[in-house]
Design a protein around this ligand. Structure first.
Ligand SMILES: Nc1ncnc2c1ncn2[C@@H]1O[C@H](COP(=O)(O)OP(=O)(O)OP(=O)(O)O)[C@@H](O)[C@H]1O
Ligand SMILES: Cc1ncc(C[n+]2csc(CCOP(=O)(O)O)c2C)c(N)n1
Ligand SMILES: [Mg+2]
Length: 382
């Protein structure tokens, strides 16, 4: 079948279109973001060999993160739900906006390289473009221009997004404290702080804490019949409600990095910052190792009371997923919250919570805390 009018291509797949027709379908989907992208005189919008975006003096943040069918999402999950084009576009963008946020910056532009099997429905690609626009708008990245991308074909869907960002005028926050703070951190330790979704966001944005995306993943990867068997075997009080199930699945499919809080962390004087993509434990140990440098690494300890509070609402989701809520909180990835260090006397921005301590190597254990295990996601398994 040859479709020469992409607008009439209901039911068409990528293999039915020419590259320029597919590009037109993508650009039509992206039009709202391109239109809203503030392309002042002297800039170049998508459509040329490269886009030209404005940049402040003092550097440009740049990060890239790819998402592949089979390893990062499934079109149809064993539990039944689908990752629709919109979800994939949203998540590919969200995890990149999250990395700029984790430096304390503000995203200024992004490009998307899409690999599509010829059997991909054109409707899926349009929906993907809408998901990009949705994430940029609803996560709160109004200055992020969708500056272009690339289309190619291959065996599986693969989306590589590259994002540029402007640093906060107060500087960037790395995984290691600035030189002038590092000595005190290594001698005295510092508070471990965390921020999840911004409170008071859009209606649908119930804040999901650490572990919810991993809970959603565990459920999505379980066969529907098996989930039903497990639910039947659980006492009624231990069965997750439909609302809890939806919250976990949504946390996995549509993560909501708290984009206002990276810049707020710079303004408040936090010492370090990173986003939690692989798990609280794994990422906290990365920050500890970066802080320790070539010397002995300080150790992250978790406040027992905070852990109990974060784990409690996950109890029934964890029971159905066949794991413990504490394991989800400490080892679950893809929540895209922020993890950082702060002095005990620092007043944290609204949305950040003190969740533990980074303890100098060899120092006494803080009361009411437990060691944070180095648990989390490793795509290579090793
Ligand atoms: N292929 C590569 N070439 C050069 N540098 C890389 C490559 N892959 C990763 N890095 C760098 O290694 C560091 C860690 O990479 P990683 O993808 O784990 O980023 P992250 O921010 O920790 O994770 P996430 O993207 O999930 O937030 C980053 O600074 C990244 O730029
Ligand atoms: C089908 C399927 N299998 C496994 C996972 C879990 N997963 C994929 S990437 C990642 C961490 C962040 O990645 P990165 O560090 O590359 O940004 C996690 C926890 C998934 N989402 N879908
Ligand atoms: Mg990161």
């Amino acid at each position: 079948m040859t479709v020469r009018d992409p607008a009439a291509a209901a039911g068409a797949t990528v293999g039915d279109l020419t590259e320029s027709e597919l590009l037109e379908a993508v650009l039509t989907g992206l039009a709202p973001a391109v239109r809203d992208g503030h392309w002042p005189a002297g800039t170049v919008a998508p459509g040329d060999d490269a886009a030209l975006v404005p940049a402040p003096r003092g550097g440009t943040l740049i990060s890239t993160d790819a998402m592949g069918e089979g390893t990062d999402f499934l079109h149809r999950w064993p539990a039944g739900p689908r990752t629709r084009g919109y979800d994939a576009g949203w998540k590919a963008v969200a995890q990149n906006l999250s990395d700029v946020n984790a430096m304390g910056g503000t995203a200024s532009a992004l490009v998307t390289a899409l690999t599509l099997p010829p059997t991909t429905p054109v409707a899926w690609v349009r929906s993907f473009a809408a998901g990009i626009v949705g994430a940029v708008r609803h996560l709160g990245a109004p200055d992020c221009r969708v500056a272009g991308g690339d289309l190619g074909t291959g065996g599986r869907v693969h989306a590589a997004v590259t994002v540029l960002g402007d640093p906060h005028p107060g500087g960037v926050l790395c995984r290691t404290p600035a030189a002038e703070d590092r000595g005190r951190v290594l001698a005295e330790g510092a508070d471990l702080v965390h921020a999840q979704a911004v409170l008071g966001g859009p209606r649908a944005a119930a804040p999901a804490g650490p572990g919810w995306a991993a809970g959603g993943l565990a459920l999505l990867l379980t066969d529907r019949a098996e989930l039903e068997r497990r639910a039947d075997a659980l006492p009624a009080a231990d069965r997750p409600s439909p609302r809890e199930l939806a919250r976990a699945v949504r946390a996995q499919l549509r993560p909501r990095p708290p984009l206002a809080l990276g810049p707020a962390a710079v303004a408040a004087g936090l010492l370090t910052l990173m986003d939690v993509s692989d798990g609280l434990g794994k990422d906290a140990h990365r920050m500890a190792a970066a802080t320790g440098g070539t010397g002995p690494a300080p150790a992250p300890w978790l406040d027992e009371a905070w852990l109990a509070e974060a784990a409690a609402p996950l109890r029934r989701v964890a029971a159905l997923a066949g794991t413990s809520p504490e394991a989800l909180v400490t080892g679950g990835g893809e929540d895209y919250g922020l993890l950082g260090l702060a002095w005990p006397e620092t007043e944290l921005p609204r949305g950040f919570t003190r969740i533990g301590r980074l303890v100098p190597a060899g120092a006494r254990a803080p009361a009411g805390h437990r060691p944070l295990p180095e648990s989390g996601w490793d795509p290579f398994g090793g």
